[in-house]
Structure formats: C-alpha cells, structure tokens
Design a protein around this ligand. Structure first.
Ligand SMILES: Nc1ncnc2c1ncn2[C@@H]1O[C@H](COP(=O)(O)OP(=O)(O)OP(=O)(O)O)[C@@H](O)[C@H]1O
Ligand SMILES: [Mg+2]
Length: 341
C-alpha cells in the first residue's frame, strides 16, 4: 500500500509512477484507487474517460472484476481498478475489500493500494491486507508526524500485524527541494530518517513536471524518462523489487544562481505578499507605505514558520541526546516533542 496520513503529499503520484515503473519490467501490476469520492488515480493515469465500472460496483456485485479493470494504453501489464466518484468509503465493506484484494493478489505480481489521506476507515481499509507499505512523506514536521501515526497503525491494524508479524515499511521522501533544504527551510533528510526510523526507498525531487504530467494524464516515468524525477521513481521501484540501487540525493543545480539572486528573490516575494496583505487590510497612502516598509525589513510569516520548524527539531534532538534515548524510545520522544507547542 501507498500511504501517508497527511493529505496532498504525493501518494497518488507515487502509486502511478511506481506502478508504471514496475510494469515496465514486464511484471503485472494493478493499482487500486481507495480514495472513494475523489477518484484521482484515474486522472493521473490518463484513464478517466475509460472508467465504466468501479471498485464499489465489484464489491456490490453489479460488475465483475475483469470488466472493471482498465488496461493502460501504453504499458500492457499495467491495470487500474478505479474508485467510485459518487459513493464514499462506507460503500466499501471489510469482506468485499478482502475478496477483491485476494482475487487480484492471485492474478497480479503487484497489487498497489493508493490510500486516501487521514488515519480513519478509508486508510485502515486500504492497509488491511498489505504485505508492504510505502510511507510517502514530505520533509516537514506535519507530514513526518502523520507518517509516524500511520506507522503505528501499520503495526496494529494490518492482517500481518495481527498474526504477530511485521509489515515491511519503506520511506519515500517526496517533494524534496534541494535549494530549500540548503537554505534550511525544510527538515534535513537525516532528520526525517531519524524521526521515522524506517528504511529509505527513495528521494523524489520537487518538480513542475508532476503537475504538467498529471494534467495530461501522462506517466512521468514514460514521458521524460531521463529527468531526475523519473529516474528517482524508477530507482525506487527497483529497490522495492529488492535490487540494491545507490541512493541519489537530488542536487541543487540552481544553487549558485539562487545564492546570487536569493536576496532579490525573497525581497520580491516579500513585496508581493506585503502588497496582498495591505490590499486585504484596505491600507492606503502613508499607512500602506509604513506597513510595506515593516514587511520588507522583517521576515514573512512563512519564513518564520519554516525556520521555527528547524529550530524545534534541533531542540528536540538535543533533549533526546541529553536523555540518552535510542531506537523506538527516541522515535516516540521526538514525535511527542515535535507535537508539543
Ligand atoms: N514531486 C513533486 N513535485 C511537485 N509537485 C508534486 C510532487 N508530487 C506531488 N506533487 C503535487 O502535489 C499535489 C498532491 O499530489 P498527490 O495527489 O499525488 O498527493 P496525495 O497524497 O495522493 O493527495 P491526497 O491525500 O489528496 O490523496 C498534486 O498537485 C501534485 O501535482
Ligand atoms: Mg491521492
């Protein structure tokens, strides 16, 4: 399963990209969209016009599985089981999900479940039958915190965990922005790894290509196979298959350029947000000018917020060090320390 807790971190994007990369090796792959009511995976996979029946139809017996599965037009071993757009997660029954997943498991090499956001029923239904979980996380405190909660759920709510075994867990760090990392505006990779303490599957760079591809329904590993983005997903898929592939940390090619222009860039940003705020407050003339000058000499709220995240991480790390905590105890401590305001 592909999961995260927090919404909008890149689960659906990753399901499609990993699914396509695995299917390209000739193995058979089916991606299941568990996000009832939102139905996003079909768009990202470019199949939205071909949806006739969906997951709920199969569970309720109004359609059979073979007629519901959509075969990808580009990769013949890639399939999609779409979510219902009109029904919500309550239309999925425990038994129905179990039956469909078992049937698919017997027919495909990979069954990838794209989880909805949150830690409630939709997410637990999607994780129930998982052998392995890809925990999609962005390098920021709120995302790491939610991933931590999902890891606890994976250890409690899955069939495997109930048998006393462990679900295999992999961390997929997405939307990693090397330039922002260098400026200290995001959690460092080491911090995320330490907080979650599960093995790293890959680091996916922040890229405009994701939005472009999803608007066109083109698969990112196919449309620009040599881009850092596509390569990062292909490598992650190879690691998922058990191959040892060297980890690439997305580099900051624009680093120097940003250093030279960074000052001006952030000033421009301040002017822009200052202007928006001033207009919202209906400020004019002198009051507006004073307000704008204040804004330009100070930091924006966003900058302050991001810096305080890093500061918090540093403080919590220092405290954990003082207490000489390691392993699970350290993870639990860091997680509650970050939660505290
Ligand atoms: N590597 C990336 N670089 C830039 N944008 C990205 C990247 N990955 C995802 N996005 C963008 O982030 C948004 C959310 O992505 P996506 O739908 O895959 O997340 P999700 O976790 O499935 O969300 P939800 O919780 O709503 O299901 C989309 O607009 C997508 O284009
Ligand atoms: Mg999604």
């Amino acid at each position: 399963m592909v999961t995260s807790g927090k919404g909008g971190v890149g689960k659906t994007t990753s399901t499609a990209a990993l699914g396509a990369a695995l299917a390209r090796t000739g193995q058979t792959v089916v991606a299941i969209d568990f996000d009832m009511g939102l139905r996003n995976l079909d768009l990202v996979m470019g199949a939205e016009r071909r949806v006739v029946y969906d997951f709920v139809d199969v569970i309720q017996g109004t359609a059979k599985l073979p007629q519901t599965l959509i075969r990808d037009k580009r990769i013949e071993t890639l399939f999609l089981l779409p979510a219902s757009q009109t029904r919500d997660k309550d239309a999925l029954t425990e038994d129905g999900v179990a039956r469909v997943v078992e049937e698919l498991r017997s027919k495909f090499d990979w069954v990838i479940c794209d989880s909805p956001a949150g830690i409630e029923r939709g997410a637990t239904l999607a994780m129930r039958h998982a052998d392995a979980a890809v925990v999609v996380t962005n390098p920021e405190v709120s995302s790491v915190r939610d991933s931590d909660r999902i890891i606890d759920l994976l250890n409690a709510e899955t069939e495997i965990a109930k048998k006393g075994e462990r679900v295999e867990k992999h961390l997929l760090l997405t939307r990693y922005d090397a330039a922002r990392a260098a400026r200290g505006e995001m959690l460092a990779i080491e911090d995320v790894l330490e907080l979650l303490s599960i093995p790293l599957l890959g680091i996916i760079p922040e890229s405009e290509e994701v939005l472009r591809a999803s608007n066109l329904g083109s698969l990112i590993t196919l449309s620009k196979p040599w881009s850092a983005l596509a390569r990062a997903y292909v490598d992650a898929a190879r690691r998922l298959r058990g191959e040892a592939v060297e980890m690439t940390i997305p580099s900051d090619k624009k680093g120097l350029f940003n250093k030279l222009l960074g000052r001006r860039g952030s000033q421009q940003q301040r002017i822009k947000t200052g202007n928006t705020e001033a207009s919202a407050k209906h400020l004019a003339d002198d009051t507006r000018r004073t307000f704008m000058l204040d804004r330009l000499s100070g930091q924006t709220a966003a900058e302050l917020g991001l810096n305080s995240q890093q500061q918090k991480m540093k403080d919590c790390n220092a405290k954990a060090g003082e207490l000489k905590l390691t392993g699970d105890a350290r993870r639990a401590f860091l997680s509650s320390c970050l939660k505290a305001t």
